[in-house]
Design a protein. Structure first.
Length: 216
């Protein structure tokens, strides 16, 4: 009878150790997936439009930065685990992963029925439409006269006729395409894009985003 009790006690003891070990592993895995990234580990990726801003981040905050060729490249780096935050000048496409985006500076979204690349000096040659205040929009572009920038309620009803200038929030790439506006053959017009920070809010603390906003 005593031997039987010892046997059951030993089995129970081993079972408790095994349960504790499995619980510890599960807790570590959970903590890893929900881990908030510390400031000294932050990597910010950005496309050519914002290379200068990436340099400011390094100099003023000390975060590591990663220069990429496009927003698509930045997204790849983020989901490969090589970047934690990305700065982009455009809204995300429907097929791209949903991330939280915060606009941190001035700028607009240029869209049309078909994707195109143009120089800012040639903007006046197109029929232009906006659902924003035309006077304000025109003030950012020397080649746009507000009298020739038509204010409309729904820019998506006009994109087949020309170029629409709207906000990031109103940009829908399932109904339109990007218009790339350049100053010269390699420099994009700064205000043809609005600077947007994309990130996972479960991993990036709000204080980090505030630092980046204040640096811009």
């Amino acid at each position: 009878m005593i031997k039987s009790k010892k046997k059951y006690f030993f089995i129970g003891f081993v079972a408790l150790i095994l349960i504790g070990f499995l619980t510890l592993i599960g807790t570590r895995e959970h903590d890893s997936s929900d881990e908030v990234i510390e400031e000294n580990e932050i990597v910010v990726a950005g496309c050519p439009t914002f290379y200068r801003y990436l340099e400011q981040i390094e100099n003023e905050i000390g975060f590591e930065t990663l220069k990429t060729g496009s927003t698509g490249d930045s997204l790849e780096k983020l989901f490969e685990g090589n970047a934690d935050i990305l700065i982009s000048g455009r809204a995300l496409r429907p097929e791209e992963p949903a991330l939280r985006g915060i606009v941190i500076g001035e700028g607009f979204s240029f869209i049309s029925e078909n994707s195109m690349q143009i120089y800012s000096r040639n903007l006046g040659e197109f029929d232009l439409y906006t659902d924003l205040e035309s006077k304000k929009v025109a003030s950012y572009f020397e080649s746009i006269e507000k009298e020739y920038l038509e204010e409309v309620e729904d820019v998506y009803k006009k994109i087949e006729k020309g170029i629409a200038i709207t906000s990031v929030d109103n940009t829908d790439y399932s109904r339109s395409e990007v218009v790339h506006v350049y100053e010269d053959y390699k420099t994009r017009h700064r205000f043809s894009r609005a600077p947007i920070l994309y990130f996972d809010p479960e991993k990036i603390d709000e204080s980090i985003i505030n630092q980046l906003k204040n640096t811009f």
